[in-house]
Design a protein around this ligand. Sequence first.
Ligand code: AMP
Ligand code: MG
Length: 598
Amino acid sequence: MLATPAIPMIGFCAWSGSGKTTLLTQLIPLLKAEGLRLAVIKHGHHKIELDQPGKDSFKFRAAGADQVILAASTRLAIMQECADQQEPSLQDALRLVNPNCADLILVEGFKHEAFPKLEINRPELGKPLLFPDDAHIIALVCDHAPAALAQLRPLPLLDLNAPERIVQFILTEVVKQATPQIQSTPSCADARDPDSMAFSAAQQQLNAAVSPLTAALQRPLRATLHQVLAADVISPLNVPAYTNSAMDGYALAGTELPTTEVREYKVIGTALAGQPFTGSCLAGQCVRVMTGAIMPVGTDTVVMQEQTETPAKDLVRIGSGHRSGQNVRQAGEDIQRGQRVLSRGRRVTAADVGLLASLGLAETKVLRPPRIAFFSTGDELRSLGEALEPGCIYDSNRYTLHSLLSELEMDIIDMGVIPDQPALLEAALREAAANADVVISSGGVSVGEADYIKAILERLGEMHFWKLAIKPGRPLTFGRLGDALFFGLPGNPVAVMVTFQMLVKPALLKLAGETDYRPLQLLATCQDALRKKPGRTEFIRAIFQHDTHGQLSVTRAGHQGSGILTSMSRANCFIVLPEENAGVAVGEPVMIQPFGRL
Ligand code: AMP
Ligand code: MG
């Protein structure tokens, strides 16, 4: 057997002309839809030329380089010259597969190598079957069974024209059979770990550890938008303050309304909004009123102007069919003096600002927003505007965190990038804890050689290192540094966003005093099949939308690799697959958690 990497692999073997490539191009999108990252190895017998004369890579080769490695922004290519050596084997090709971006290897050709293969057969080609002489062929793919089959060893038969069935066979017979590789260090791509903590347990622990801040500030009304109310708002007024007309028309006493016949009334005056009628209205009389005008003394009912006739100036005719008390807004109908209109812990909306204005409240008490100090850690990180030396990357986490915290109306202290040096990290942590309610770092919380955060925290404060049973975002540190809460987020930018949205954000909102800190989750119909094993909570970057009836549906936002920021940027929600979930079929309902602005 080949010394294969710990990644499952399946070969496709056949006589030429059997349609291996056609079948593979059908299977690849279906396997991708199952969430697998694929490496394809193709055996070519002849001289091949991928490069073009005139390209720099071609010139390097022509000049005699034995290997040319071309690294572009979206692709990595390796060209290795084997002309003077032996023809490369499958083993040589396998050595080039990057295990960090492959869950399954598909091999076209190499039909004599010993590894699991599917044989593709077309009886019309008249070629002999391969599987009787090859024990590594695990199934036969054909459009109709060859006649000789009955006398040969029993073998699963797969229909060449049903690629979905072939994919299911590969999933159950190849992918699920492969033994999971055990990695020695925790990383976001890690397999399941029996020591890891359930997501729900982490949520509960955080919730128990955080209590709301209480310091309050008196702010002018306009500055209260999106702040958290420090106290209940009690109305000093009735709203409306006076009983008034809801229509343009004529006000009269309900007892004066005609029951059957049409009656004539004398119009004794006019009331406008802001200009009351000062007299009183008696039997047989009415007052012309406009919308919002205070109801004159002696009236409790308004007849719409459109339902009257005016035979002469100062005379109005009203017919039957009206109801006593109609078209009138009662004083205190919306809000009564002394009533609680908004509760402490509410985040103020635009409508709330209008409501507070309608009560004449020019200032309101809000809670002081939490002060959050944050920094990135890593010798490889450069801030924007700095030169990128080899091996360095731009710090993106600090910019993401800045934006996420701004969206939450937090008070922000950006402490920049701290190198992987214990003394500098310790100084940064001390300074952050002295000035902030919460300290957030990213990177350096794994068990790598330059991961110092954990050790320093153990010395300075109280810390819990959490290996969470979630994907992505496994390592997370949470604890206390003096009076400050501390979150040590992973370095991986996608993991930062997942752990922030799922665990840090609700904790910060609770700290900010918001009562409604739990995230909104909605049910949507999943348009993709999702593979998952029970045992950990998974967050799939996804895009939700609604149809013309308002029904929600959701699709994956592309590649889910933990370093892929583009799918994070395309996504507007996470599909939350709970621990016990064992995969989702197309059309099944799933829970989604929207993020960002809806
Ligand atoms: P660490 O946990 O420090 O080992 O980081 C894990 C991975 O995330 C490494 O590939 C880091 O280079 C990367 N990383 C760490 N911090 C940042 C950051 N602030 N911005 C972008 N990538 C980062
Ligand atoms: Mg690091």
